[in-house]
Design a protein around this ligand. Structure first.
Ligand SMILES: [Zn+2]
Length: 438
């Protein structure tokens, strides 16, 4: 079981509060593969000086990066990181120039970008977002109870996130961060610096890109990662439209940027390097989307497509963050919802509902645990886990089953180089240890 002293717990709560519905990891963390997801939230905490990007732009690195554009008529902040990192970012960027904050632009409404708005905001500061941010903030607030549980699990915080006992829901109660909204495009000039804001829906439908045409610099938020994106995130989300990513990347490509600043990870410099990275990224997403749609129209089921669809050699990319199979399922179910055409699935008894019957027919949970060992010997960890789920449905406290389950989860964790998978395996490991009383 995870144990926290008061101090550590307080720190965890600060992180969770700031996290809201973030679901991102930095590429530096991605390349380190096996690191613990919760460590990535500390990214950038040792930075002592803001990074200069061009004549007017500066960056503070974090789990979510913050940027500041300095002009003679006031400064513009682009994203404000996690709440737990925002004060540090404000110090770093404030040391570059402490002029008034004219505007804060939020590339989208995730908590790792909005955490420091109140730290930066002055009486005359305007906060700009794309119009869909209004409903997006309500959506996150509406589901705050379950998002807190899921984020704590995925990011490795305390196990027993309290479920909300609320018997009512406040559907439209989120504090409204932006006071200035636009639909598709917005432009303004501040001092000598021209700003263009462009709606680039992708990971969220309120996503925007900030473009400085004089400096050929694009701040793209979470439109781009140095790994395949989370077209579906395991913590749970409404559908993310693959074709939105494709269209939004095309919009950024058409600008021909020479500096690309993602919300997570390092800047990319050079027109060709950016064109090449964005094109590859876009084509990989489009390939996965199109193959999924082709398979759906051929009548293939979602599990078959999860197994079958792989990126071709020319489009290979890291799956340390998003995973192709989860994206296939996200696209499939995003389009079609949950019903798969099997009549029994119209009703409220899941397949697990008959596990105890099957275990009894097999002669008890011992026989099923034995079969799980056979599966494990054949290197089929997932089949073994399913068999153990069945055994545990009949005998929830069976220590042999729990120990074998723990062993398999630890083994999968050791093999995993995907951070989201690692986070959920950690959660399973800790939950199983808790059941064992360790
Ligand atoms: Zn983010």
């Amino acid at each position: 079981m995870l144990k926290h002293n008061t101090c550590h717990l307080a720190a965890v709560l600060v992180l969770v509060t700031g996290l809201a519905s973030a679901d991102t990891y930095t590429p530096e963390a991605l390349s380190s593969g096996r690191a613990d997801p919760s460590l990535h939230l500390q990214q950038g905490s040792t930075q002592t000086e803001a990074q200069r990007i061009n004549e007017v732009s500066y960056m503070a690195t974090g789990f979510g990066n913050s940027f500041m554009v300095v002009t003679g008529a006031g400064n513009v902040v682009i994203d404000t990181s996690l709440r737990s990192m925002a004060r540090h970012h404000r110090q770093l960027l404030g040391a570059v120039d402490d002029g008034p904050i004219h505007s804060i632009i939020l590339t989208h409404g995730h908590g790792d970008h909005t955490g420091g708005v109140d730290l930066w905001k002055q009486p005359d500061t305007r906060v700009i977002g794309q119009r869909n941010m209004v409903e997006f903030l309500h959506y996150q607030q509406r589901l705050e109870g379950i998002f807190n549980q899921r984020n704590r699990a995925q990011f490795g915080f305390a196990l027993d996130a309290g479920q909300s006992q609320a018997a009512t829901v406040q559907n439209f109660a989120a504090p409204m961060l932006p006071d200035t909204l636009f639909d598709d495009h917005m432009a303004f000039t501040l001092g000598d610096v021209e700003f263009e804001l462009i709606h680039t829906p992708s990971e969220t439908d309120d996503a925007l890109t900030v473009w400085l045409p004089q400096y050929k610099t694009a701040f793209v938020g979470d439109l781009y990662y140095a790994a395949f994106p989370n077209i579906y995130t395991l913590r749970g989300t409404k559908p993310r439209w693959a074709l939105d990513y494709v269209a939004s990347i095309d919009r950024v490509l058409a600008l021909e940027p020479e500096i690309l600043l993602p919300g997570h990870g390092a800047p990319i410099r050079g027109k060709e390097a950016i064109r090449s990275a964005l094109t590859h990224y876009r084509d990989a997403i489009q390939y996965v989307h199109d193959q999924t749609v082709i398979g759906m129209n051929q009548g293939k089921d979602v599990y078959t497509l999860m197994r079958e669809i792989k990126l071709p050699e020319s489009l290979q990319m890291s799956e340390a963050y998003g995973r192709i199979a989860w994206s296939v399922r996200g696209i499939y179910e995003g389009y079609m919802g949950w019903f798969d055409g099997n009549p029994v699935n119209m009703y409220d008894l899941p397949p697990e509902g008959i596990y105890p019957d099957l275990v009894a027919l097999a002669g008890g949970s011992q026989a099923v645990i034995g079969q799980a060992r056979v599966a494990l010997e054949q290197n089929d960890e997932v089949k073994a886990l399913r068999l153990l789920d069945a055994a545990l449905s009949a005998a929830p406290d069976d220590r042999e089953a729990l120990n074998l389950k723990l062993q398999i989860l630890v083994q999968l964790r050791r093999q995993s180089s995907n951070l989201n998978e690692s986070g959920w395996l950690n959660y399973g490991i800790n939950s199983t240890r808790q059941q064992l009383g360790d």
